[in-house]
Design a protein around this ligand. Sequence first.
Ligand SMILES: [Zn+2]
Ligand SMILES: [Zn+2]
Length: 265
Amino acid sequence: MLDRFNNFAAAVSRVSASVCDAALTIIYPATCRVCGGVIESWRDGAACAKCWQEIEQKRAAADLCARCGGPLPPLPADIKFDGRQCGQCDDFAFRFARACGPYEGALRESVLNLKHRPHIPRRLSEMLRRTFAALPDNDRIEAIIPVPLHPERLAERGFNQSEIIARALASTTGLRVDTAAIIRVKKTEKHGAGMGAPERARSLAKAFTVRAPRLIEDRQLLIVDDVMTTASTAQELAGTLIEGGARSVSVITLTRTVNRRVDLD
Ligand SMILES: [Zn+2]
Ligand SMILES: [Zn+2]
């Protein structure tokens, strides 16, 4: 009897998933924003399965800094070893940073989509979960801190995209999302093309302030954001959290720009 019920429940769930796919295809972009192909499942968000596969391959092949996840100077093709560091992140306030993958293809389209649609597709949330699983010392992390938006920017957009990412990661890890401990007090200019790391760092100085120190004191925290470019935002936020008493801070972003190109904030 129970088996029959389980079979029935599985069939209902299969049917509702396909009905859901069909219904969401109507309101969802059925055309892949990367290659123009067909998106067969709403779980793939803005890109088709083939484009997600391409990102998975790039992610697997990337040789990145073991600490900050940034690009490494190239080595001769026959030399490869684990744990290599870029040498530029020794003074960063955060311990480790990882991204789901490079800022291109399916991931770039997902980030752009997230600017106006507060939703993380299943494909991306699964990638986030794996990125977290590969983050060193992830078992010590106690809470997720989405990069706060300035209240005026939040009012314009209606939601904080970093919080949407944080909640997707929380749903697969069980971690708490903390949006109360730290706030953004400085409305920084939108980062335009050509803004280098020193200018970004200057524009972000004192952008955040700890509002509830007891929520971060002695805690091991994870900052979550959509894109890491020069690491200035993560650096400023991590520094403020450490000054406020956090024991350690690591970072996960959806994407990481490799050539420092900036076309969004
Ligand atoms: Zn595609
Ligand atoms: Zn590094």
